[in-house]
Design a protein around this ligand. Structure first.
Ligand code: PA5
Length: 460
């Protein structure tokens, strides 16, 4: 019999608790008040989905593509010792988040037999030391290094520059054939300069599905290839996303986890708490908060309403924190600074492994009480303690609970937050899928770097 994977749980008691004063609490009437709007948004999204919008929602069902990626990974894995992903934003953050969540934090320094797959480096910035030091590190191993260039648009300066550096190096060391063998490009099927280069130079390639924006693309070949190379069960990731999709059919707010997250965050945004912290109490989920930060910021921070007519300056600021580490860094501010935040904890019930703290120093109370407890027990106690301490300071919280961290649970989480982002965008009355404000900086960079067609300094 097939083992059933447990579902993520959404717990909003930290927001509805009677211990919070009225100004900081969500009452049943607040949630009832927004229910008709949520129902309307869900209905609209369902209708639009049948018309081909929200294309990221179909990614969990692209099983043929999943098998192709698995086959490609199986072919590369025996000979590839290092996988270097060249990408930025939505073409990198998901890859990093999957690797941190589902492989050991020490994966890259483990022996090959233990890792199974290649070492993974995701180079998501242009920085001479960063790039130069990587080149030094890989110098002797270039023949066994695969570069996965990921760019949906194929026009991004950071990724293009990295590609040019790596291509040149490979050509010098391994010749044009070697360069072709060691580069795999993930880009749009037909548009953009990268696709034209793939066709010209004959690189192998994967396709970023049409209509799927960068920050919604982690469950496409963008995120799946590096994950499969590093031994992550990508079928389970997609199965988790599909399982979440089924839950998100529920029209009732309380039964729909994405609608619940969006409604709670929307209500608090309207009530003077537009800062939305994600604080995983899990080292493995640390980079999920970074992935969320891009998703929430780039999707929701918009000057104009959806029709592009009215200035709304919408948005909510995502903040990443890490428990327990940031108890010693951020919690002072969260408790005593401006009461403008909603803190969303990620909690893990069953750790993959636990470590028992030894008994010692029976006469030193600061050591004695820890003896016999486990590290995970301590971490979750600290989460509860922080939640309660925040409540004493009238700070609302909510918790997304992972029964355990698995590819299935991570797939659920990614899909959940993507849909919550779309719902939030619709509640705010903006288009969550564009990013017009990012474009000007890109164009001015082209101008400053002398790209033809950008001779005049762009102003919009
Ligand atoms: O979400 C987005 O669309 C962006 O963050 C992109 O992912 C990022 O700008 C990189 O773009 P590209 O994949 O086209 O190189």
């Amino acid at each position: 019999m097939k083992h059933t994977e447990p579902a993520l749980q959404i717990d909003i008691r930290g927001a509805t608790s009677a211990k919070l004063a009225k100004a900081h609490r969500l009452n049943p009437s607040d949630l009832q008040g927004i229910e008709p709007r949520i129902r309307a948004v869900l209905k609209r999204m369902a209708a639009e989905r049948t018309q081909g919008k929200h294309r990221y929602r179909e990614l969990p069902y692209r099983l043929v593509e999943c098998r192709t990626i698995q086959a490609l990974a199986a072919e590369y894995r025996p000979q590839v010792e290092n996988l270097v992903v060249l990408g930025i934003g939505g073409s990198a953050l998901g890859n990093i988040a999957l690797q941190t969540a589902l492989n050991s934090p020490f994966y890259n320094v483990q022996p090959r037999e233990r890792r199974g797959g290649p070492r993974l480096f995701v180079i998501d910035n242009v920085d001479a030391t960063y790039v130069g030091d990587l080149l030094d590190l890989l110098d002797d191993e270039l023949p066994n290094t695969l570069f996965n260039v990921i760019s949906k648009s194929g026009e991004t300066a950071e990724t293009s520059s990295q590609f040019l550096i790596m291509r040149e190096l490979l050509r010098k060391r391994l010749g044009p054939l070697g360069a072709r063998r060691n580069i795999l490009v993930t880009t749009d099927a037909s548009h953009g300069s990268m696709r034209a280069i793939v066709d010209r130079e004959g690189y192998r390639s994967l396709i970023v599905p049409d209509g799927v924006g960068g920050r919604f693309s982690v469950l496409s070949p963008v995120g799946l290839f590096s994950a499969a190379m590093c031994g992550i069960d990508i079928e389970q990731l997609l199965a988790g996303a599909a399982a979440m999709d089924r839950r998100l059919d529920a029209p009732r707010l309380a039964a729909n986890p994405a609608a619940t997250i969006a409604a709670v965050k929307y209500l608090y945004t309207q009530r003077g708490k537009p800062l939305h912290v994600m604080m995983p109490y899990s080292q493995q989920l640390r980079d999920m908060a970074d992935w969320y930060r891009q998703l929430w910021a780039e999707s929701l921070g918009k000057r104009y309403d959806e029709q592009g007519r009215r200035e709304v300056f919408a948005g909510a600021t995502p903040i990443k924190a890490l428990g327990a580490t940031d108890q010693h860094s951020q919690v002072q501010l969260y408790r005593e600074g401006p009461n403008d935040k909603l803190i969303v904890f990620l909690e893990v019930e069953e750790p993959a492994r636990d470590v028992t703290i030894p008994h010692a120093f029976a006469d030193v109370e600061a050591m004695r009480y820890l003896g016999g407890a486990t590290v995970h027990g301590l971490l979750n106690a600290e989460k509860k303690a922080t939640e309660q301490a925040l409540q004493v300071s009238q700070r609302p919280t909510m918790t997304i609970r992972f029964p355990r961290i698995s590819a299935h649970a991570v797939g659920q989480f990614i899909y959940l937050y993507e849909v919550a982002t779309t719902i939030m965008g619709y509640l705010l009355g903006i288009d969550p899928y564009d990013q017009p404000a990012v474009e000007l900086g890109k164009k001015i960079t082209f101008h400053l770097m002398g790209r033809r067609g950008y001779e005049t300094r762009p102003t919009e």
